[in-house]
Design a protein around this ligand. Structure first.
Ligand SMILES: Cc1cc2nc3c(=O)[nH]c(=O)nc-3n(C[C@H](O)[C@H](O)[C@H](O)COP(=O)(O)OP(=O)(O)OC[C@H]3O[C@@H](n4cnc5c(N)ncnc54)[C@H](O)[C@@H]3O)c2cc1C
Length: 390
């Protein structure tokens, strides 16, 4: 495997880097520098900026409105995006329902939905999990019963990220309660402004509201919003989850976060916390960098495989496990090396190095990384099945 970028790829990297330098808003970069997430307006505004440039749906083929980049170009783009302090695009439109629609959708569905995703004007959420159906997703109960030209949807979803920001929800629903569980599931597009939908917030330990419960009571969804045919939902869900897991490794952001940790240690004044001069702090950073290098090489292998037209199998599960463990280890190191500086809360006066004060938020958020996108235990089951035949 040749790890050198070609002359064309290096030119592409320069172009992307310059564009990010000129276009990432200072307020967005300041948030990243302090380990904070953007709010709704910042996130959506940034996605629209990318959309105008044609760089939002970067994984899409050109015929559907993507830039038609190679896997290596996408990798370079993501590195430069994180390096510039810009957040990743919300995955629900561009990485999840978009690829589903251009792969399985009807001509009308493509015409109606793809443009809004590519431009960053229309926002989506993912209605899969239910209170008793997370890892065991096939047991989901939210029912869609055919009534003339509509499905009538009743049930409840949970952990629905950004449902309160979303215009549309792609939902797994049960259209047949009699057949084998997987065969009775369908994939439905639901307009979030339809009467009968109630969104209740769930506040998480990072102090923010990303998550929701979504209740459906006699929600009427036009039949033309069914993707594929009835009972095809499980096939579509499996296709989509592989997409979700390849973006979840977060190599580019972990790279940036390790650089940020180094900078925090370098900025710390004598006597106010761990510093770059401390050998144990440098050793801790070195351990993280070794894990990052291993993850990055695995990522390179998947990039090379994608370039050769090979689909991803167990690799995406491996990337999810190692990527999320590294994300947690980096924030763990930040909190421990920050010591008392990491213990402040939003309403406290800043103490010492401000960047350390903000590590709590990201640390707390990333505890969920080994759960969302399919828990890491389930990924290990996937690997066991695919590689070991267990
Ligand atoms: C921050 C966050 C955002 C999320 N966003 C969304 C979203 O936008 N849309 C959406 O639909 N869902 C979302 N989810 C839900 C997520 O997909 C589920 O939490 C996840 O699939 C696990 O399901 P569960 O929470 O019901 O846990 P359970 O499935 O009840 O699992 C509990 C524990 O048991 C383990 N376990 C379960 N089954 C097995 C098994 N067979 N073998 C070994 N161990 C097992 C699990 O690994 C876990 O540790 C989000 C979750 C979080 C935390």
């Amino acid at each position: 495997m040749n790890l050198e970028f070609t002359v064309e790829e290096l030119a592409f990297q320069r172009e992307v880097r310059e564009w990010f330098t000129e276009n990432v808003p200072a307020s967005l970069k300041a948030r990243s520098d302090n380990g904070q997430m953007p709010d709704k307006d910042e996130q959506h505004g940034w996605e629209q900026t990318l959309g105008k440039k044609g760089w939002l749906a970067v994984g899409w083929p050109a015929q559907h409105g993507g830039p038609g980049w190679t896997a290596t170009q996408r990798y370079i783009f993501d590195l430069e995006r994180a390096r510039a302090g810009a957040p990743p695009a919300s995955p629900f439109g561009v990485s999840m329902v978009g690829p589903v629609l251009y792969t399985f959708g009807s001509a009308d569905q493509k015409k109606r939905h793809l443009t809004g995703i590519v431009s960053g004007d229309v926002h989506w959420c993912q209605g899969y999990s239910e209170p008793n159906s997370g890892s065991d997703l096939a047991s989901l109960k939210t029912a869609a019963v055919r009534d003339g030209d509509h499905y009538v949807v009743n049930g409840q979803k949970i952990w629905t990220t950004q449902a309160h920001w979303a215009d549309w929800c792609f939902c797994l629903v049960r259209t047949d309660p009699v057949v084998k569980q997987q065969q009775g599931i369908s994939f439905l597009l639901i307009d979030m402004s339809t009467p009968g939908i109630e969104i209740r917030p769930i506040h998480s330990i990072d102090g923010h509201h990303h998550l929701n419960e979504v209740y459906f009571t006699d929600v009427r969804v036009p039949v033309e919003n069914l993707v594929g045919s009835e009972g095809m939902g499980w096939t579509i869900a499996k296709f989509l989850l592989t997409h979700e897991r390849t973006t979840i490794a977060g190599v580019a952001d972990s790279k940036r976060e390790i650089e940020r940790l180094k900078q925090m240690l370098k900025d710390t004044k004598q006597g106010s916390g761990c510093r770059w001069d401390d050998a144990f702090a440098r050793r801790r950073v070195a351990e993280l960098e070794i894990d990052l290098a291993a993850l990055e090489y695995t990522n390179f292998r998947t990039v090379a495989a994608t370039e050769e037209g090979k689909g991803l199998g167990a690799e995406s599960s491996g990337l999810k496990i190692k990527g999320t463990e590294l994300q947690q280890a980096i924030t763990q190191a930040m909190v421990e090396l920050g010591g008392h500086l990491s213990l402040t809360w939003d309403n406290d006066e800043p103490v010492g190095n401000f960047a350390f004060n903000r590590t709590r938020e990201r640390y707390n958020f990333l505890r969920a990384a080994t759960i969302y996108g399919g828990t890491n235990e389930i990924q290990k089951n996937v690997i066991a099945k695919m590689l070991l035949g267990l």
